[in-house]
Design a protein around this ligand. Structure first.
Ligand code: NAI
Length: 303
């Protein structure tokens, strides 16, 4: 097995003062990366702030002989994202890697979910990824190298009762990645998304206690570290990961059925009649070239 090294690489990790992000920061620094440890230091619901979480991780990295600086900005504002990237440039001259990891929870079923709870969760997870990724992407494009990791969730990919705001934000990140992967391809900017399950303060009252004990955050770290490395040549993929289980997830397009001739009207009755073929996932594939690839399925109707 050859070593995965990050010598000369600069990594920004958001929400790296605790939980999963902290493990990424420690491992990347151990492998030679210069790390910007971002953390707002607030509570699990996003309230409050403190510099102590990021400072403690920076101190731990330095004590082990690594290089790191702290940043305490919220990722949820454009100024915060820009300042975070500026922190990396001022301290280490560039940005090579961004791991969008910061997150909060405001769980409520839809009828109890307030506008504020909707907005703040989307602001941290989805807008936060925009605010940090955009200024970093500019630098990556200029240098012709970048590795970006987004953090989605099984709640977004598959649904989870009481997490409508969180699920929407997390699935939004998948759409964001799908398009950025196309925009970054020719500049060697690779983006991938993980859907982790691990013990942290976000899951202490969500996971059953026997699962919580076994689901160490450190089991997520190796996948993220590989995705952030130059060795990784794949882009636009989604991965489930938990306790040593690593599995690719994907949005697929099935062959489906072409009805009519592209000219005549199609009554709802024909949809009903062909429901089995429309809902079948037979003959499906991942469309890696973007939405235009789906037009191929229409060919019989376009002649
Ligand atoms: P955590 O609560 O231990 O860590 C999240 C960190 O993000 C905290 O240190 C917090 O201070 C920071 N943060 C929150 N809002 C911020 C903001 N506006 N700006 C900067 N930093 C901010 O949680 P955990 O479990 O480590 O979560 C990491 C990511 O993984 C999150 O995006 C979460 O949604 C995602 N995730 C975690 C799962 C799990 O099983 N732990 C499951 C699915 C997704």
């Amino acid at each position: 097995m050859s070593d995965i090294k990050f010598d000369g690489k600069v990594a920004i990790i958001t929400g790296a003062g605790a939980g999963l992000g902290k493990t990424y920061a420690l491992d990347l620094a151990k492998r030679g990366a210069k790390v910007v440890v971002n953390d707002l230091g607030g509570a699990r619901d996003g309230s409050g702030s403190s510099s102590s979480a990021a400072d403690a991780v920076v101190a731990e990295i330095k004590a082990a002989g690594g290089e790191a600086v702290a940043n305490y900005d919220s990722v949820a504002t454009v100024e915060g994202g820009e300042n975070l990237v500026k922190t990396a440039v001022d301290a280490f001259g560039t940005v090579d890697i961004v791991i969008n990891n910061a997150g909060i929870l405001r769980d409520k079923s839809l009828l109890k979910l307030s506008e504020e709870e909707w907005d703040i969760v989307l602001a941290v997870h989805l807008k936060g990824a925009y605010c940090v990724t955009k200024p970093a992407f500019k630098i990556m494009k200029e240098k012709g190298f970048g590795r970006i990791v987004f953090t989605t969730s099984g709640a977004g990919l598959y649904g989870n009762f009481g997490q409508a705001n969180y699920s929407a934000a997390k699935m939004g990140l998948v759409g964001f990645m799908n398009t950025l992967a196309l925009e970054g391809a020719k500049y060697n900017i690779k983006l991938n998304t993980i859907a982790p399950v691990a013990a942290s303060r976000l899951t202490e009252d969500v996971l059953p206690p026997e699962f919580f004990k076994k689901m160490k955050a450190e089991f997520i770290t190796p996948l993220v570290v590989y995705l952030a490395s130059e060795d990784n040549q794949d882009s636009c993929m989604i991965f489930n990961c938990a306790s040593g289980w690593y599995s690719r997830a994907a949005i697929v397009c099935a062959k489906g059925i072409c009805i009519g001739d592209g000219v005549r009207d199609i009554p709802a009755e024909e949809i009903k009649e062909n429901w089995a073929a429309i809902t079948s996932l037979e003959d499906n594939k991942v469309l890696t070239a973007g939405v235009a690839e789906s037009f191929g399925y229409l060919a019989p109707l376009m002649s």
